[in-house]
Design a protein around this ligand. Structure first.
Ligand code: NAD
Length: 448
């Protein structure tokens, strides 16, 4: 392994999905020579052509720039990456196992095994994927078993906290860096890799392996808990005629609480929060940490209950049945500024209404093709106007700015009935009701 005063380490990024593609492009932007590896040849082909395989603001520009400069390249061949790089970042998926809340660790195990067994010189393997506590120690044993004779490699953990939609900025200027299980040598190498953000003030926390693994899932569990907390309070607001948005504003002024992640509505989704809290729930059970199990169960249940609440509002608005009623759905992505529809509450609600016989027409500014791949039987529109045209009920399920800015008068002239379910509490209910809409929100007094 090279020392920090030696030439810049060469970097491989294994797995080029939302995390890995961003990490690879950001590492190239920080000045390193980078190779990205993925088992999906279509993804690699797109990246080689300088295109991002998904929507992420600012990422296509970075990929194009650094593929063109030759500093960033992509391959499906792990042996090529193992031979090229000194630092190998593992960024593969850790999805929920089917039929269980546990994380599927076959991809991280496969990645660690394949990179280690193909190494031709000493190196550092850095886990970035989100994993249950205890995983890294197991991977260390796998790496030790498969390393070619005479080759040495440390395995450390450096969990990733980026947010989709802000992934590039979060990677180039993270809030904090956590290095887990490092020796002096590997810590120095990681400090060299992250020299730019560290010089700009990003704090570094050096931890043992289990703490580093747990920081990430605890952060996600806390954020999920905050969202489910306000959603539980919004249920009380509904019953008591209070306004959860105003309440959250008032709570948020308390610096100990803060306003972020206190938006009541349809709840959280995506490729991380739901599966991460479930994996933590599962792992906590294995470890006998039952307080965490109970807490996370409630967080998950409250969250899933929000989807049912929106379905119930639609049923109510249609007089008890949505059969053959036309529902204009605004939003499919799990949140704005992404095309990610993994465990998307929006798409989940749209599909549930479709299953109940509604004619659902979905519009999303970025997630149409990802949504269509997942639920091809739903109707899809190219514009907001087309989606709501002739609608008996309109539902905002993702708070894209385009929907927030929509003109209630223009849309009012397109729909059959001016009934709006604002599942994200993102519309100006007073303006919409002034334009003749009945507005149903989540934990806010209805505007009729
Ligand atoms: P993803 O599904 O978008 O990407 C994973 C990629 O890994 C896929 O392209 C897949 O083909 C590839 N892959 C699987 N096995 C491989 C192997 N052996 N070699 C090479 N490539 C392989 O997933 P993602 O959203 O990028 O998440 C990756 C990890 O990062 C997960 O553990 C996730 O929890 C974590 N994470 C994600 C985010 C996020 O916002 N997406 C943020 C922080 C952490």
């Amino acid at each position: 392994m090279k020392k920090s005063e030696q030439p810049a380490p060469r970097i491989s990024v294994i797995g080029t999905g939302y995390l890995g593609a961003t990490h690879a492009a950001a590492m190239a932007e920080l000045g390193f020579e980078v190779i990205g590896v993925d088992t999906d040849p279509r993804k690699v082909e797109e990246l080689r052509e300088g295109r991002a395989p998904f929507f992420e603001p600012g990422l296509p520009e970075l990929i194009t720039k650094h593929v063109a400069s030759g500093r960033l390249r992509f391959t499906t061949d792990i042996a090529e990456a193992a031979a090229f790089a000194d630092v190998h970042f593992i960024c593969v998926g850790t999805p929920q196992q089917s039929g269980s809340f546990a994380a599927n660790l076959s991809y991280v195990e496969g990645a660690a095994r394949s990179v280690a067994s193909n190494m031709t010189h000493d190196g550092l393997i850095v886990g970035k994927s989100t994993v249950p506590v205890g995983t890294a120690a197991r991977l260390r044993a796998i790496v030790a078993e498969v390393l070619p004779e005479g080759i040495q490699a440390e395995l450390v953990w450096n969990p990733e906290f980026l947010r989709e939609g802000k992934a590039v900025d979060d990677t180039l200027a993270p809030d904090r860096l956590v290095f887990g299980g490092t020796t002096d040598r590997s810590e120095a190498l990681l400090r060299q890799v992250y020299a730019t953000p560290i010089a700009a003030g990003t704090p570094v926390l050096v931890a043992d392996l289990p703490t580093a693994e747990l920081v990430k899932v605890s952060a996600n569990a806390f954020l999920a808990t905050k969202i489910s907390f306000i959603n539980a309070i919004s249920e009380i607001c509904d019953a008591a005629g209070a306004d959860v948005s105003l309440l959250a504003d008032a709570l948020g002024h308390d610096v100990r609480i803060g306003r972020q992640f206190l938006n009541a509505g349809l709840g959280f989704g995506g490729g991380c929060l739901p599966k991460d809290i479930r994996a933590l729930m599962h792992r906590s059970g294995e470890l006998g940490a039952y307080a965490a199990v109970g807490l996370l169960q409630q967080v998950d249940e409250i969250n899933m209950g929000r989807r049912q609440r929106v379905i119930d509002l639609a049923l109510e608005a249609c007089g008890g049945s949505v059969l053959n009623r036309r529902i204009g759905v605004l939003g499919a992505a799990f949140k704005p500024h992404t095309d990610d529809v993994r465990d998307s509450p929006a798409l989940n609600v749209a599909a549930a209404l479709h299953l109940r016989g509604a004619q659902v027409v979905v519009y999303d500014p970025q997630a149409r093709s990802t949504a269509q791949r997942m639920f091809p039987t739903l109707g899809y529109a190219d514009s907001m106007g087309e989606a709501v045209s002739g609608a008996d009920v309109t539902v905002v399920l993702t708070e894209w700015q385009e929907f927030v800015d929509a003109d209630p008068v223009t849309l009012g002239n397109l729909v059959h009935t001016r009934t709006m379910i604002d599942a994200r509490n993102c519309l100006d209910a007073v303006a919409w009701s002034a334009a003749g809409w009945k507005v149903l929100s989540m934990g806010r007094v209805p505007e009729v």
